[in-house]
Design a binder for this molecule. Structure first.
Ligand SMILES: *Cc1c(COP(=O)(O)O)cnc(C)c1O
Length: 386
């Protein structure tokens, strides 16, 4: 089976991880700050914090923006559950805003009309989490303008989008947001096995994040409440977590960063190949806004079911049977049983429902061979035309 995604680990990645294993520090050594500096250089964000996952980074991001019980966080329903769960961890409520039919990202127009309604009802969100689905940035300029008008904070869930750009700036620059999150899970653009990063330009946010990532403990005198007992002294001043990344992971991440642009270029080449070869089939292919360069974490096709004799499920299962490891990104979060129990139901996001009934992610990763690409195209053609 050709998987839908796969990591790319080379000899240099192995070498640097083994070297780190033999060094004095397996964690809290020099590799984590090196990896963070590299991300800061790459994106232009002033502050970068490596963490053990993007989920942890999303949690800390919500806490750092003061999300708590009684608050509401808005996000897209077409995302991995972690984008929404982060708000629930803080005791807040989640509301799902419908997606754009073209980009499958949070729709700025739907967001605006929901905000106008919410303002009248006194139920504006504290934070909005736009998700850059498949590697294409949301329209952050529009969402940022809405944040100025309605007074909410923004966390970009860029788990798919490292290496992409919006309005010429790297995703992660935080030009239009308070915080951006990356994931380094093996299916994503670069990997640290498990891992994530939180980026921000705010020194105030940075102080909070640094504390929350590591037990709420500080060794900085200016943050302490008491007087130092001696050079061993530290203080816990918040209830934080252990969300740290290890040096082994950071070493791998740093090594992977040297190939990030190459990975993104290869993904874009694969996307161009698919777009050319699949254009005559009864499909809706990805549309990339002129403001964006996508990192193409995913290549998502939508079936034109009016012109196909098979169901969505049949197409999916026939492709799998044919050795093409297709997947669905994502089941709308409000359909999950846990969210159902909280009272969520279908019907508020018709475009997301329609998307879920048509979307399929086909294999997309840098080391896909020409032979495999040919096989995917041939298989799709067979399944859709037979
Ligand atoms: C992968 C992913 C996450 C979670 O990332 P982890 O690093 O596995 O915690 C969050 N949001 C989105 C959109 C993702 O794709």
């Amino acid at each position: 089976m050709i998987p839908y995604g796969r990591q790319d680990i080379n000899e240099e990645d192995l070498r640097i991880v083994i070297e780190t294993l033999k060094s004095d520090f397996l964690t809290q050594g020099p590799m984590v700050p090196k990896f963070e500096n590299c991300l800061s250089q790459y994106t232009g964000a002033s502050y970068c914090f490596a963490m053990n996952s993007a989920t942890s980074a999303l949690h800390v991001a919500c806490l750092a923006l003061g999300v708590k019980k009684g608050d509401t966080v808005w996000t897209s329903p077409i995302t991995f559950v972690a984008s929404a769960n982060a708000a629930l961890y803080c005791g807040a409520n989640v509301k799902f805003v419908d997606i754009d039919s073209r980009t499958f990202n949070l729709c700025p127009e739907a967001l605006e009309s929901e905000l106008v309604q919410a303002e009248k009802l006194g139920s504006l969100p504290k934070v909005v989490i736009p998700v850059h689905l498949a590697g294409q940035s949301c329209d952050m300029e529009k969402i940022h303008n809405l944040s100025l008008r309605f007074g909410f904070k923004i966390i970009e869930d860029a788990s798919h989008a490292i290496g992409g750009t919006f309005n010429g700036a790297k995703v992660g620059s935080c030009r239009y947001s308070d915080i951006t999150i990356f994931s380094f899970h093996p299916v994503k653009i670069i990997t640290t096995a498990e891992g994530g990063m939180l980026l921000s330009n705010s020194s105030e946010i940075a102080i909070k994040v640094e504390l929350l990532r590591s037990h709420g403990i500080t060794r900085k005198h200016e943050l302490m409440e008491g007087v130092s007992h001696g050079s061993w002294y530290y203080e816990q001043i918040e209830l934080g977590y252990n969300y740290r990344m290890t040096d082994l992971q950071a070493a791998l991440g740093l090594s992977q960063m040297s190939r990030l642009d190459e990975f993104v270029d290869k993904r874009n080449n694969i996307a161009s190949f698919y777009t050319e070869k699949l254009s005559d089939l009864p499909l809706r292919l990805p549309v990339i806004d002129f403001k964006c360069k996508s990192s193409f974490h995913l290549y998502i096709i939508r079936l034109n079911l009016k012109r196909i004799t098979k169901s969505h499920r049949e197409v999916f299962e026939e492709l799998r049977r044919d050795g093409v490891g297709v997947n669905i990104h994502y089941i709308p979060v409000y359909k999950q049983p846990y969210y159902r129990r909280l009272g969520y139901s279908d019907g508020n996001c018709p475009e997301a429902d329609r998307y879920y009934s048509e979307a399929i992610s086909i294999p997309m990763f840098p080391s896909l061979s020409e032979k495999e690409l040919g096989q995917v195209v041939k298989s799709l053609r067979n399944v859709l035309e037979s």
